[in-house]
Design a protein around this ligand. Structure first.
Ligand code: AMP
Ligand code: MG
Length: 405
């Protein structure tokens, strides 16, 4: 049986960065840029006023107050064709081009408009003041964003400013989700004797989407080799196939057998982790295949630990893993396993310090304990007891960032 770290390394080794795809800039947020982006314009495109006021020659107001002749008005969006000569000024708005001859803008608050087409400038001003020179922010043909950039709202603003309405991002992997088990019924049905609802298909769907990848649900396959095989073959057309259930040692756990028939190369089928030990990982051509245990907490935990890093690598991220930090245990906890324990935890910030409450759970089917958690506390196999005040490793899921105020 391999360690959790060995499993992560194997998965990431088998994962390659996706080819680029072109999307609208409106769809590009939170993905990784797959091309270098150059500017087709200078910014600002001309010497620009950063204030409402009067464009003038600084030397004319060196002994302010001074009276100047107003020879024009320049709103933003217009382009002045006249020149400012000695003793002249033009009224100018923020964002408007500086007329030739002027070398400063005095703000309107430091002027008084006079009736006869003149203005009294009340204070002197240094040359270049309140003017943003052409190309100050960026030059024509300048590389403004390198490939590999994470696309934040601010980056979207840059893309929009340089006219990139379509951008190349690392392709979003298509992730097929196949759930298996004779006991499963869809969620709009009332389970009859011996049946349960398919909750994994829905939880996994949103985990995939939360990573920015594209989930493709394939429905429920019963525990029959031929139907399972057909479902898996269909799923192998996607970049990643997630199967839930059928990977344990029960009489009807056929997933590994069908993998072998379909010539899926299996890299491991047991990981020293709790929950999620019977996880299977394989590959056929370029498609990655994860056989996740059917217990809901196991499936979701293995998604966070093994599947999400692979999806993030495919999408070009430099950081694959959830953030791992050290927190102080807020309670005593008994690990009850010799495997590396990823136990549901509520991690929180108090007085600028990180604490974690290790949640009591009835095990890998306790979907409520898991739903109340925002992180995992990771307890090494050799450690059994956690005492309040102990340092504990925590893995922060996305939930942590929105549940901590
Ligand atoms: P298995 O891995 O197939 O042995 O399933 C382990 C446990 O998880 C069993 O109690 C199943 O009923 C349960 N289970 C399997 N698939 C799902 C599913 N899609 N949604 C909820 N529970 C499931
Ligand atoms: Mg089953």
């Amino acid at each position: 049986m391999i360690s959790v770290q060995e499993a992560i390394d194997i998965v990431l080794n088998q994962t390659t960065v996706s080819t680029p795809e072109t999307v609208s800039v409106l769809e590009a947020g939170s993905y990784i840029l797959a091309e270098d982006v150059y500017s087709d314009i200078a910014m600002p495109p001309f010497d620009k006023s950063t204030m409402d006021g009067y464009a003038l020659r600084a030397e004319d107001v060196a002994n302010a107050p001074a009276i100047l002749e107003v020879v024009g008005v320049i709103p933003a969006g217009s382009f002045p064709v006249f020149e400012i000569r000695a003793g002249q000024a033009a009224k100018i708005m923020t964002g408007a081009p500086i007329p030739s001859g002027a070398n400063a803008v005095q703000i309107v608050e430091k002027t008084e408009a006079l009736e006869n087409g003149k203005v009294r400038v009340l204070a002197q001003i240094a040359p270049r003041k309140n003017i943003s020179p052409q190309s100050e922010i960026l030059r024509v043909n300048e590389k403004v964003l390198p490939r590999g950039t994470y696309i934040t709202p601010a980056v979207i603003g840059v893309l929009a400013a340089v006219g990139k309405d379509r951008v190349e991002i690392c392709r979003r992997p298509r992730v097929a989700i196949l759930v298996t088990g004779d006991e499963l019924v869809e969620i709009d049905q009332k389970p009859q004797a011996g049946q349960i609802r398919n909750s994994n298909g829905y939880a996994l769907y949103h985990q995939v989407r939360g990573c920015g990848a594209l989930p493709e649900p394939l429905g429920i396959a019963p525990d029959q080799r031929n139907i399972l095989s057909a479902g898996i073959e269909k799923g192998l057309k996607c970049d990643v196939l997630l199967i839930s259930g059928g990977v344990s040692k029960g009489d009807l756990d056929f997933v590994e057998e069908v993998f072998a028939q379909l010539e899926v190369t299996a890299f491991f089928d047991a990981v020293n982790i709790k929950p999620g030990k019977p996880t299977v990982f394989g590959k056929k051509a370029d498609a990655l295949v994860f056989g996740l245990p059917g217990n809901p907490v196991s499936a979701s935990t293995i998604f966070e630990v093994l599947v999400k890093p692979a999806l993030r690598k495919m999408m070009g991220f430099a950081q694959y893993q959830n953030l791992r930090l050290t927190a102080t245990a807020a309670n005593d906890f008994d690990s009850k396993t010799r495997r590396e324990n990823y136990t549901p935890a509520w991690t929180f910030i108090k007085d600028d310090k990180l604490y974690t409450e290790l949640l009591s759970s009835r095990g890998s089917s306790d979907i409520l304990a898991f739903a109340w958690s925002n992180s995992f506390a990771v307890i090494p196999g050799e450690r059994q007891q956690i005492q309040r005040g102990d340092a504990v490793k925590v893995v922060l899921r996305d939930e942590f960032w929105v549940t901590n105020k």
